[in-house]
Design a protein around this ligand. Structure first.
Ligand code: PGA
Length: 245
């Protein structure tokens, strides 16, 4: 596949500067478009962004009452209130700290039976379309180049679906939470993500340096699904000094 448009990337002095920049952009969008549709990510990376949005809600009256959110992915087999579910993560890090209407927060459900997953995933895509599409998608990048849970091998045309988790993803999860990782998940597809009007990738820390370099400069290939972002017209990558060195 030919190399797509060059992604703009910016290296910030430290993690907090990158987090504040992304939170500031989200806040500016919400102020300009109170019913903005946000695509959200979980994991260690976006925690500081959500902390800053909660602060802006409390101290600067940033209003989420009409904002709509869609999360990238969810583990299979975890009930929404399970301590390791992404629904729980979002409740703890963002939803309970701002005035989002619960009915405006959309996550794939981790406790649908696997044979019901295709219908559930199709319905999730319909909900995104019905909301008018995603204005700004927040993304992290996995050590194996995944975006959402689009693991190596995921195609550029992939849609929201059930996937098997890659060993690198499971190991990273187990290292961070000290519990056995689920084997499967539901995730927005690469094509679903690429339909967002703007995409912002946040990558922090020295461990991400090599995969960030491959995303920005390596061959565009399903071996590193994040390289497909280079075919999108409005992607920016925010890095701390360690990830961008
Ligand atoms: P992390 O995960 O934020 O925990 O590093 C990123 C990802 O897998 O997308």
């Amino acid at each position: 596949m030919s190399i797509g448009s060059k992604i703009r990337s910016r290296v910030f002095a430290d993690r907090m500067q990158a987090e504040l920049a992304l939170a500031g952009e989200i806040a500016a969008l919400v102020r300009a478009k109170p019913d903005a549709v946000l695509g959200l990510a979980t994991g260690r990376t976006p925690v500081g962004v959500y902390r800053e949005l909660v602060r802006m809600h409390g101290e600067e009256r940033l209003d989420f009452s009409q904002v709509v959110t869609f999360n990238l992915d969810e583990f299979e087999g975890l009930a929404p209130d399970h301590r390791l579910s992404f629904r729980r993560f979002m409740q703890d890090h963002l939803f309970e700290g701002v005035n989002l209407a619960p009915e405006n927060t959309h996550l794939l459900s981790g406790d649908v039976a696997s044979d019901e997953a295709p219908a559930h995933c199709a319905e999730f895509e319909e909900r995104i379309l019905a909301a008018g599409g995603i204005d700004l998608q927040v993304l992290g990048i996995g050590l194996n180049g995944h975006i959402g849970f689009n693991e190596p091998g995921s195609g550029v045309d992939s849609r929201t679906r059930r996937v098997a988790l890659h060993p690198v993803t499971r190991a990273s999860f187990e290292e961070s939470v000290g519990a056995e990782a689920p084997t499967h998940a539901l995730t927005m597809g690469v094509a679903t993500i690429l339909e967002a009007r703007a995409i912002r990738v946040l990558a922090l820390g020295a461990k991400k340096r090599a995969i960030v370099r491959r995303m920005l400069e390596g061959d565009v290939s399903s071996d590193v699904p994040a390289t497909f972002l280079r075919g999108h017209g409005d992607v920016r990558v925010l890095l701390d000094a360690e990830a961008g060195a």
